[in-house]
Write a protein that binds this ligand. Structure first.
Ligand SMILES: Nc1ncnc2c1ncn2[C@@H]1O[C@H](COP(=O)(O)OP(=O)(O)OP(=O)(O)O)[C@@H](O)[C@H]1O
Length: 244
């Protein structure tokens, strides 16, 4: 199987400050990769290098076999969904208009196709149709997060990048959203990369868990493997905070 994302000898420095020294990783299509690690270890930097929002200082990044050095980054981002913490919806657009944003560009002559897409994705993320004409400020944090996910998915991306997407919602909503995203992953087979600071969330959601420490991947394994065979003391301490 060809990897959907590959990094080879990737280095990232901000001025003189090297955050990532030499990162090598290969991610297979369809995986749900959760990324955990201490604060400031480079998780967001890692994620943003995949959609070209941050450029590496050295090394190569391949998405769907193409070196990012050779691709149009705007085009690339159309195929990569990006969901971050908090609301990043267009405030002056309704739920319907937010979700329809990309499908409208595609279906200029077929309004019904856009309408169908909005309904389909609202349904998949568990948003009641009565929310359709509301504006973001008329929604709860959890509902806004659902619209954000629906909007990202409505663009039919191959890859979905999620940076602490459920960080700002209460525990009940968070657990509902976790179930939704797990189901969406199973239904769509999309590749998901999901940053979290919560090891429990990482172990529950991930088909693979990537543990980062000081810009290095210290372990990248199936959740069970991580719990049974943690590779170093950092992973041991992470896993030990897990209640199971
Ligand atoms: N634009 C920037 N300029 C300079 N330093 C930066 C910049 N962006 C991030 N950093 C630094 O790079 C390091 C890694 O940041 P990053 O946001 O990738 O970490 P993280 O693991 O996602 O952190 P957190 O869990 O706290 O969100 C941090 O020390 C941060 O201060």
């Amino acid at each position: 199987m060809n990897p959907v994302i590959e990094m080879k000898h990737v280095k990232k420095a901000y001025d003189q400050n090297t955050i990532i020294e030499d990162l090598n990783v290969s991610i297979d299509p369809g995986e749900f990769v959760t990324i955990v690690g201490s604060s400031g270890c480079g998780k967001t930097t890692f994620l943003k290098m995949i959609n070209g929002l941050i450029l590496p200082t050295a090394g190569d990044i391949f998405v769907n076999g193409k070196n990012l050095k050779d691709v149009d980054l705007i085009q690339l981002r159309r195929n990569i969904g990006y969901v971050i913490q908090g609301s990043v919806l267009f405030p002056h657009m309704t739920v319907r208009e937010n979700i329809a944003y990309v499908p409208t560009l595609w279906n200029k002559k077929n309004k019904q196709a856009t309408k169908d897409a909005v309904q389909k994705w609202m349904d998949i993320v568990g948003l009641d149709p009565s929310m359709m004409d509301r504006y973001p400020h008329e929604l709860s944090g959890g509902q806004q997060q659902r619209v954000g996910i629906a909007r990202a998915l409505a663009a039919s991306p191959d890859i979905l990048l999620m940076d602490e997407p459920f960080g700002a919602v209460d525990a009940i909503t968070r657990s509902q959203l976790q179930n939704e995203i797990k189901r969406i992953h199973q239904q769509t087979g999309i590749t998901i990369l999901f940053v979290t600071h919560d090891i429990e969330e990482a172990l529950v959601l991930g088909t693979k868990v990537m543990v980062m420490d000081h810009g290095e991947i210290v372990q990248f394994d199936r959740p069970q493997e991580l719990m049974d065979h943690p590779t170093n003391d950092f992973v041991v301490s992470l896993v030990n905070h897990h209640p199971y």
